[in-house]
Design a protein around this ligand. Structure first.
Ligand code: F6P
Length: 375
């Protein structure tokens, strides 16, 4: 049966991320030959609220596969909470829905992380519109998919950074603490930490004990290893803070019914560095990778993944399957209903193979002295 699809919009929302352009390209290249008109909505949901867009066709997306960031620009604004010049927020959902109709859209593709999934779902429910999303984030924390696009690139950049930090660590007999992004999940720090051969990896899902981290480094020194690399996820949290937080979350949940697990936002790397310098007597330095992890060209793995996410999203639209996120499950790409995705996050589980592999190669995760370093 021929598709009823005539006009679609694409927007990119949340933090920029390598691979967004590759998904825009894949959707555009799949739909243009079908005679479908494509609007690229500018600056995420802001452009939808303000009716700002460009037209996209096959030629516009040539060469985009390797370009980082997003040609459509992005923002973290939500239609129901748009910031005004006076610092107040306004619910602009009505304007967003009106513009969807003004553009005659049959579907809106929203490329973004957890927040984007929520905003897309909200618009869909409130306006009865057709949306399809794809999971973007270097944090890899969108629920319902094995992998998010951008993660592989972020992990490669952080791994290369750890490789480079090894040089100074070993030449100077230093402890190098490296701050890795990931919001409240530890995928990026864990993946890059294992791939880069970090000696300690601290992630939010495994609250750490400062004493144990110090003891592990001393144990390494007793074995002649006079340097260490400590990879710290930005959401890493000490045991004490985690307990305190759980109590606070408990209280908050009772009050508001909040389901999200939050972690303390303060960076722990400086506290950690100070403690480790005291305990080991080794000079300690902190490196914060920050937005370098989101910059530049996507890896080949991400380019491939983005092409598949984009083409699958376009195929779903052609088939008239809306209200879903394209997800990777094993080697398959499937449509997961948005209502199943929103309000959840994908955290590292304690029995995940990466956690087991890290422990097997004597990485200290901050909770116990690793095997091979006891005594
Ligand atoms: O979600 C991606 C991410 O890079 C997180 O890892 C980090 O916590 C956050 O965005 C940083 O946000 P911003 O770019 O707004 O500083």
């Amino acid at each position: 049966m021929p598709s009823k699809l005539r006009t679609v919009g694409i927007l990119t929302s949340g933090g920029d991320c390598p691979g967004l352009n590759a998904v825009i390209r894949a959707i555009t290249k799949t739909l243009t030959p079908e005679g479908i008109e494509i609007f690229g909505i500018l600056e995420g949901f802001t452009g939808l609220v303000e009716n700002r867009y460009i037209r996209l066709n096959d030629a516009d997306t040539s060469g985009l596969l390797t370009v980082g960031g997003t040609i459509l620009k992005t923002s973290r604004n939500k239609p129901h909470k748009m910031p005004g010049a006076d610092g107040t927020f306004r619910d602009m959902t009505g304007a967003a829905l009106e513009n969807y109709r003004r553009m005659n859209l049959d579907c809106l593709f929203c490329l973004g992380g957890g927040g984007t999934q929520k905003n897309a779902f909200r618009l869909m429910k409130e306006g009865d519109i057709n949306v399809i999303t794809a999971p973007k984030t270097i944090d890899n924390d969108v629920w319902g998919t094995d992998t998010c696009f951008g993660f592989d690139t972020g992990m490669s950049i952080a791994t290369e950074a750890i490789d480079r930090l090894h040089t100074t660590a070993s030449s100077h007999h230093r402890v190098m603490v490296v701050d890795i992004m990931g919001h409240n999940s530890g995928w990026l720090a864990l993946g890059a930490g294992i791939a880069g051969g970090a000696d300690v990896i601290l992630i939010p899902e495994v609250p750490y004990d400062l004493e144990i981290v110090g003891q592990s480094l001393l144990a390494r020194m007793r074995r002649g290893k006079m340097f260490s690399i400590v990879a710290v996820a930005e959401g890493a949290v000490s045991k004490e803070d985690a307990e305190r937080q759980q109590e606070e979350i408990g209280k908050k949940r009772k009050k508001k019914g909040s389901k999200e697990i939050e972690h303390i936002k303060e960076p722990v790397s400086s506290i950690l560095a100070e403690h480790l310098e005291d305990v080991t007597g080794l000079e300690t330095r902190v490196t914060s990778l920050g937005h370098l992890q989101r910059g530049g060209i996507p890896t080949p793995t991400d380019r491939l993944l983005c092409t598949k996410f984009g083409t699958h999203a376009a195929d779903l639209a052609l088939k008239g399957e809306f209200g879903c996120m394209v997800a990777k499950r094993g080697e398959e790409f499937v449509a997961v209903p948005l209502e199943d995705v929103v309000g959840k996050k994908r955290f590292v589980t304690l029995d995940h193979p990466w956690v087991r592999a890290a422990r097997d190669v004597s990485v200290c995760l901050g909770d116990v002295i690793p095997k091979g370093l006891e005594g």
